[in-house]
Design a binder for this molecule. Structure first.
Ligand code: PNS
Length: 158
């Protein structure tokens, strides 16, 4: 069975993430979304909130599950008995950081490969940060995040 891990902060999950999730779910038998419990960043949403929003978002996809992880991504990937990481690539600006992460992961775990999917054009410039910025103003968020995230974002901004 082919299993892949799609890791990220998902603060919050966007339609760009969802697009990558749906496409990877067609490529692999099982996709595990790994939500980083990042102690060095202060996310807008708690780990539990981020995991729950993702679970809601992917409830229609049978072969996708959501888990959180601490520490190194490659350790989480190995725990899940796979060696495949999925990442979405938006514009050229992502490339440097993504290459650095993929190469760093391979330095400590040469058997672990990162598969890059190019983001669909309409989400090329979409990010969780942009969405959080828009949520502070009167912008319709339905074009950017899954329905279940819209009200949660607006509540947070009150
Ligand atoms: O959504 P993000 O914030 O771009 O995701 C980044 C993530 C979670 C993939 C990355 O920060 C990560 O893998 N963190 C875990 C710690 C780790 O393994 N670091 C070494 C690779 S740089």
């Amino acid at each position: 069975m082919s299993v892949a891990v799609y890791p990220g902060s998902f603060d919050p999950v966007t339609l760009g993430h969802y697009d990558i999730i749906k496409r990877s779910a067609k490529m692999f038998d099982h996709v595990i979304i790994g939500v980083l419990n990042n102690t060095s960043k202060t996310p807008l949403f708690s780990l539990e909130e981020r995991v729950n929003m993702l679970k809601d978002t992917v409830s229609d996809l049978d072969n996708v599950s959501v888990e959180s992880f601490n520490g190194l991504l490659v350790d989480f990937v190995r725990q899940k008995n796979t060696n495949i990481i999925i990442r979405g690539l938006r514009a050229l600006t992502d490339f440097d950081l993504e290459m650095q992460m993929a190469q760093s992961n391979r330095m400590v775990a040469p058997d672990v490969d990162t598969v890059f999917l190019s983001t669909s054009l309409e989400y090329s410039y979409l990010s969780s940060s942009v969405v959080k910025e828009y949520a502070r103003y009167d912008v319709d968020l339905n074009e950017f995040v899954p329905k279940c995230v819209v009200s949660k974002l607006l509540d947070k901004m009150k």
